[in-house]
Design a protein around this ligand. Structure first.
Ligand code: GUN
Length: 289
């Protein structure tokens, strides 16, 4: 079987195109705070800035030195929280080692109305209520949903298995599938027999960061396979799914790179538009957020 290739470049272009009108009328902005020089972060940020250019959105890359103190980082966050010209901002992760233990405090310091990463407890917690309350969803799970929607892949009633239970990808992704009436199993590092679960999946989404974790024998014939992992290896960027063998069985599959990655960036920009819409609404009515 030749599977349908879930092309994130194509779908993200369509999403970015659809955002241009709102960007032009609302004039939102995105600031990305980078501490230090992690090469992967530098490359991700360049992609984010490029997509801002594509849709004509104002953007700023606030690059702080690697030895920035927690106090200095909090001061930058406070400035961005209160600057009316900044619609949304993110603190790119990972932080340098001396700050990495403070990630929860850093995320908590961000004004939820400007938290376009959708990482803070307020925005994550709202997703729990229903699809209608997914106002600022984390960009990667949101990108997965939009990729599936672009290719008209039905979710309701499907058996979905999510592998990975991080706060930024696995857990919110499971929640979003549940909000769309799938039957969801979330697997993780402590799952006793991973293959027993993955073999049952109509839709299998994997976000672990272990190249080749999912082999063909772990996948049901005709499954939709979404590979969220991306790891730099000696032979290039690799996903969590063994693409060559799994694509013999899947009915649809994402490539790595060019699958979920571009959707994540487009979803971040969509969140900036949404943040601006909600900020304008809350200016009108103090209780609307
Ligand atoms: N590092 C890798 N992906 C992300 C992301 O989506 N947001 C932030 N803030 N850091 C990241």
């Amino acid at each position: 079987m030749t599977p349908l290739l879930l092309d994130g470049r194509k779908a993200s272009q369509a999403l970015l195109e659809s955002l241009k009108k709102d960007v032009a009328s609302l004039n939102p902005s995105l600031t990305v705070v980078q501490v230090g020089d992690d090469p992967a972060s530098t490359s991700y940020i360049a992609q984010k800035m490029k997509s801002c250019d594509t849709v004509g959105m104002r953007h700023e890359h606030r690059h702080l030195p690697a030895d920035t103190t927690l106090e200095d980082l909090f001061a930058v966050i406070e400035e961005l929280n209160t600057n009316p010209d900044v619609t949304g901002f993110i603190v790119q992760l990972p932080l340098p080692v001396h700050l990495s233990q403070y990630v929860p405090q850093v995320i908590r310091a961000i004004n939820p109305m400007k938290d376009v990463d959708g990482f803070c407890a307020y925005n994550l917690g709202k997703m729990f209520l229903s699809k209608e309350f997914e106002h600022l969803p984390p960009a990667t799970p949101s990108g997965v949903m939009q990729l599936l929607a672009f290719y008209d892949i039905e979710i309701e009633g499907k058996d979905v298995v999510v592998v990975g239970h991080s706060n930024t990808v696995g857990k919110p992704l499971s929640t979003m599938f549940l909000n769309r009436n799938a039957t969801v199993t979330t697997c993780h590092i402590h799952t006793k027999d991973l293959a027993r679960h993955t073999r049952e999946a109509d839709i299998l989404a994997v976000a672990v960061g272990k190249p080749g974790l999912i082999s063909a024998d772990m996948v049901k014939e005709g499954a939709v396979v979404v590979d969220i992992g991306i790891t730099k290896t000696e032979s290039g960027l690799k996903g969590d799914v063994d693409f060559d063998s799994v694509s013999q069985k899947a009915s649809a599959i994402t490539p790595v790179p060019g699958g979920v990655g571009p959707m994540t960036v487009a979803s971040l920009i969509r969140n900036c538009v949404r943040a601006k819409q909600r900020q304008l609404e809350s200016e009108k009515s103090e209780n609307s957020f």
